[in-house]
Design a protein around this ligand. Structure first.
Ligand SMILES: O=C1O[C@H](COP(=O)(O)O)[C@@H](O)[C@H](O)[C@H]1O
Length: 234
């Protein structure tokens, strides 16, 4: 049984404020210690209100590098691009001074894009602050149930790494190729915030937390010892 507790917020504003505040605190601590900081964030529908708040944080954003925990293998012009979401919601206002490190690279295979992203990220060191979302199927990053890449992404014995993820077969998610950080990247982060909304995701999280770390991303994340905080609101 996991001892990770879900922190419950009565409204979305308080939840988004708390998520953004914790990420900002972690980035501020990293800037204080090393004069640089690295943030990695999720795509999808959950992060926008958090990114809009984090963008206003009183940080020296010129010393912050920003990347994604996962990405679709599509250009930024695509509405499916997580980089596009991040540029529109986080890399604005004060945070526009941050340096963005993409996971997607044009005109190369998804595996080559992952290798290029891995090389760029390796130069930055460990993640200081991570914002994760979770799909209703229990996926975090691009760790999808049934994916042939899932076990590799969940393997804690590996070094922090970036992998190409093929589309799911027979109508399974994901529909497009993806690029994803692995569990060891999250395990070695300074702070990991998992932002959840809605009754369904809460139930999925509770069920998955008690699951098998070899095949269930939430169970693997908890078992990895990642410094995880789970913030939920309706
Ligand atoms: O595909 C993705 O989905 C998850 C969850 O998205 P949400 O819309 O349910 O918030 C997200 O965390 C991940 O980064 C994204 O690529």
């Amino acid at each position: 049984m996991s001892d990770i507790r879900i922190e419950i917020f009565p409204d979305k504003d308080g939840w988004a404020d708390a998520c953004a505040g914790r990420l900002s605190d972690a980035l501020s601590a990293a800037l204080g210690e090393g004069d640089k900081a690295l943030f990695a964030g999720a795509g999808g529908s959950t992060p926008s209100p958090i990114y809009r708040r984090l963008a206003q944080a009183d940080l020296d954003w010129s010393k912050v590098a920003v990347t994604l925990v996962d990405e679709r293998h599509v250009p930024e012009s695509s509405p499916d691009s997580n980089a596009r979401l991040m540029r529109e919601t986080l890399l604005t206002g004060p945070a526009a001074a941050a340096r963005f490190i993409p996971l997607h690279h044009a005109a190369v295979t998804v595996d080559r894009a992952a290798a290029l992203a891995a090389r760029a990220l390796q130069a930055e060191g460990p993640l200081d602050a991570v914002l994760l979302g979770m799909g209703e199927d229990g996926h975090i990053c691009s760790m999808f149930p049934g994916s042939p890449t899932l076990k590799t992404l969940l393997t804690t014995a590996l070094e922090p790494a970036v992998f190409g993820v093929p589309p799911g077969r027979d109508g399974m998610a994901p529909p497009q190729e993806r690029i994803s950080l692995n569990i060891p990247y999250l395990a070695r982060a300074r702070r990991v915030v998992l932002a959840l909304t809605g009754a369904k995701k809460r139930a999925v999280f509770e069920a998955e937390a008690a699951g098998d770390p070899a095949v269930q991303p939430i169970a693997a994340l908890i078992a990895s010892g990642a410094p995880l905080e789970v913030l939920w609101t309706e």
